[in-house]
Design a protein around this ligand. Structure first.
Ligand SMILES: Cc1ncc(COP(=O)(O)O)c(C=O)c1O
Length: 390
């Protein structure tokens, strides 16, 4: 490999949430952090060079989402996803979670029902509740070790919802939804006039044998009834740049959302983000391929380790990205006991599955976007705690 993903980089003392922000969540600050979803790898050299160039310029005034940024993204979408996004359909927004809140404010009213598929990325329900909208749940079904959609229930719930938060690919379940699954959801949402918000932040990281389908590509009813959010945040490990984008093919939806962002100045680009992100999309592809290969190796390593040493644990093998939903139901513990086991016995920081809503109980989310040695240490710690259970 040209890039060294085995390199250990000490992130402590850099104000990163993963290491330096652990205490409020775990009451301790010296766990091996396998929780929040960023990676312990350096970003591609082209990103670091772009940031350095920008810093050295020395003037840090207001900045635009540049034409180069736009071209880099539209070229990437064409090349990697077969999506021919037209100029003007793309816009900057400083983070997908904030953007979910903007969507609710721009398109819904208090009390409106917002559909989501738990166990799912927890800010979906947090933001919904905080804005006094009502989360409506279409729980996923775990079938033969992978999540599936209960379409009958989906249609029932969609028929009374205003917005659907689709996690595509899914976090924490790791599912890469198929064309047919997306098409079916698109058709139902169009029938009941439910605006689909497709959160595709993990879209660039399908693992071997899987292919990401952008929701908007499954048909005109999907394109015309959706807002897609994407970002380089996970792809190139630049979440701290707080930079993402929306793609909205429908003129009315786009104008309404753009107006909401414009008058609050939420659409101005972050100075350090645009050039770095354009460089990542233009020159980071080889890095991404090798990173994915390394992550796939980590998934294999973890699966084999668990099978061999901890048969009461199991894992849902992710079809995309570096998050593993680890099945700890075999330990016969409550969620609090499971978290005590990982935090205080194994001294590893993971996220309780209960946070992700219905179906998450008994699971924990484990982030393996790290050097293999770190993963090995975490697994060794868990094994030691596991062996001590009686
Ligand atoms: C599905 C999903 N959406 C959104 C985010 C966060 O997006 P942002 O950092 O742009 O707010 C994450 C981060 O883990 C995620 O997994």
């Amino acid at each position: 490999m040209k890039y060294n993903f085995d390199e250990y980089i000490d992130r402590r003392g850099t104000d990163c949430i993963k290491y330096d922000g652990m205490a409020p969540f775990y009451d301790v600050s010296d766990l091996l952090p396998m929780w929040i979803a960023d990676m312990d790898f350096k970003s591609p050299p082209c990103v670091i060079d772009a940031l350095r160039r920008r810093i050295e310029h020395g003037v840090y005034g207001y900045s635009l989402p540049s034409p180069q940024w736009e071209t880099a993204i539209t070229d990437w979408l064409k090349r990697r996803h077969g999506w021919y996004v037209q100029p003007g359909e793309l816009g900057f927004v400083g983070g997908i979670v904030p953007a979910l809140a903007f969507v609710l404010e721009a398109f819904t009213n208090e009390g409106d029902a917002i559909l989501m598929q738990p166990p799912v990325y927890h800010p979906y329900s947090f933001v919904t509740r905080d804005l006094k909208r009502t989360p409506v749940y279409n729980p996923l079904k775990l079938v033969d070790g992978q999540y599936e959609i209960d379409f009958e229930d989906f249609e029932r719930k969609a028929s009374r919802s205003k917005v659907f938060f689709l996690c595509n690919p899914h976090n924490p379940g790791g599912r890469v939804w198929t064309f047919d699954e997306l098409h079916r959801m698109a058709e139902i949402c169009a029938r009941y006039n439910v605006l689909v918000i497709s959160d595709e932040i993990h879209c660039d990281m399908p693992l071997k044998g899987y292919h990401h389908t952008p929701f908007a590509l499954v048909g005109p009813e999907a394109a015309q009834n959706s807002i897609t959010f994407m970002a380089a945040s996970k792809t190139f490990n630049v979440a701290g740049l707080k930079s993402s984008y929306h793609i909205i093919p429908n003129d009315d939806i786009r104008e309404r959302f753009a107006r909401f962002l414009r008058y609050r100045e939420l659409d101005t680009a972050h100075l350090f983000a645009t050039e770095a992100i354009a460089e990542a999309y233009n020159h980071g592809e080889e890095w991404l391929e090798q990173m994915l290969e390394y992550v796939e190796g980590n998934v294999d390593y973890m699966q084999e380790y668990i099978r061999t040493h901890m048969p009461r644990l199991d894992m849902i093998r992710p079809q995309a990205s570096y998050l593993v939903f680890l099945d700890a139901r075999g330990l016969d513990m409550t969620d609090d006991e499971i978290m005590h086991f990982f935090t205080h016995d194994a001294r590893v920081a993971v996220t309780s599955g209960a946070v992700y809503g219905e179906g998450g109980s008994g699971f924990v989310r484990f982030n393996l976007g790290c050097p293999r040695h770190t993963l090995h240490l975490a697994l060794e710690r868990i094994k030691q705690a596991y062996d001590n259970l009686q």
